[in-house]
Design a binder for this molecule. Structure first.
Ligand SMILES: NC(=O)c1ccc[n+]([C@@H]2O[C@H](COP(=O)([O-])OP(=O)(O)OC[C@H]3O[C@@H](n4cnc5c(N)ncnc54)[C@H](OP(=O)(O)O)[C@@H]3O)[C@@H](O)[C@H]2O)c1
Length: 301
């Protein structure tokens, strides 16, 4: 099968197309004929070698942690999915490929296309995990740093659906986008504390840092301490006494299925820019540049 892989760490030039063996599903796994793969900022961090200390990646490696596609083969003991089912979920093997293995998938609603389906597993789980960890409830004000990307697009909508007010930061090009999602938009960078205080004179109840671009000190100033601040991207968190949240095994198929239904009916907006699989390096360059709007996806076949 065709796949995108890298056999050394480095820039996007290490990514290349290759013909590799089709993976065989083990017990509890399914094999999916991939129609779209989700691209995550983490894919570029792994490719660069920056994550080797935290998550050692054996080479060669096929990137990609999520997929949407058609079930093609069942491993031993799989009963709730049939060959031919259209699904979306997390991949156990790299999803920048024609076939990948998966364990946790849900049915893809007919009204949701492949590329919008892959906007949901990683970003949806991350957004909800952090909103739960922060304990965001109706009537509260949440500050989100860098909310125009893949996770932020969902986090803004999921927080407003809980009845919270969201103040969210982005660059100049994404201010209107954040407003369209339901947030009060403001710029990141110098003067942030004053801008947020002007927008929320009574203070912010919680802070979700999605960018990891040095906004933790401002967050501590705005909260008057480190309570109810969570980052998913700033590795200085522990040093500053702030909570860092990493993806674990708390994946809820039931909740992913609900998000998929909401995306299919338009209740949850997903914004996707898709590239063909063969242009994975270009897509990762866009991701590495760090100023995306919504989700990046790769279409396969
Ligand atoms: N720990 C976890 O569980 C977990 C899970 C998923 C993702 N992540 C990490 O979380 C981060 C966000 O993920 P993502 O998929 O949403 O990324 P993304 O789609 O690439 O979005 C990144 C966003 O960062 C914004 N940004 C760039 N520079 C900024 C700055 N100086 N201050 C504030 N915002 C800035 C950009 O907005 P503008 O274009 O408007 O500049 C862009 O929308 C990534 O680092 C990713 O690796 C962690």
């Amino acid at each position: 099968m065709k796949a995108i892989l890298f056999d050394r760490f480095g820039g996007t030039d290490v990514l290349h197309e290759a013909d590799i063996e089709v993976p065989q599903p083990g017990p509890g796994q399914i094999r999916v004929r991939v129609r779209a793969a989700g691209l995550n900022a983490l894919d570029g961090k792994i490719r660069s070698g920056a994550m080797q200390a935290a998550f050692p990646t054996p080479l060669p490696a096929v990137p990609g942690a999520e997929l949407a596609g058609v079930v093609d083969a069942l491993g031993e003991g799989v009963q709730d999915v049939q060959v031919g089912d259209e699904v979306l979920g997390w991949s156990d093997t790299g999803s920048y490929a024609e076939y990948a293995l998966a364990t946790t998938v849900v049915p893809k609603p007919a009204g949701l296309d492949w590329q919008h389906a892959v906007a949901l597993p990683v970003a949806g789980e991350t957004a909800e995990r952090v909103l739960d960890l922060l304990g965001v409830t109706a009537g509260e004000t949440v500050l989100m740093h860098g909310a125009a990307g893949a996770v932020g697009t969902l986090a803004v909508q999921l927080a407003t659906a809980r009845g919270a007010r969201v103040i969210a930061t982005a660059g100049p090009a994404n201010q209107d986008y954040l407003t369209s999602l339901g947030a009060t938009a403001t710029l990141y960078g110098e003067g942030l504390v004053e801008r947020v205080r002007a927008l929320a004179p009574d203070g912010v109840d919680a802070v979700f840092d999605l960018a990891g671009k040095g906004a933790l000190e401002d967050s501590i100033a705005l909260r008057g301490g480190t309570g109810r601040i969570v980052t998913i991207a700033d590795f200085r968190a522990h040093q500053l006494g702030v909570t860092f949240s990493s993806g674990g095994q708390e994946r809820s198929a039931a909740r992913l299925a609900e998000l998929a239904q909401d995306a299919a009916t338009g209740k949850l907006v997903t914004t996707v820019t898709a590239y063909p699989l063969t242009e994975a390096a270009t897509a990762q360059q866009v991701s590495d540049a760090g100023h995306g709007r919504g989700k990046l996806a790769l279409t396969v076949g």
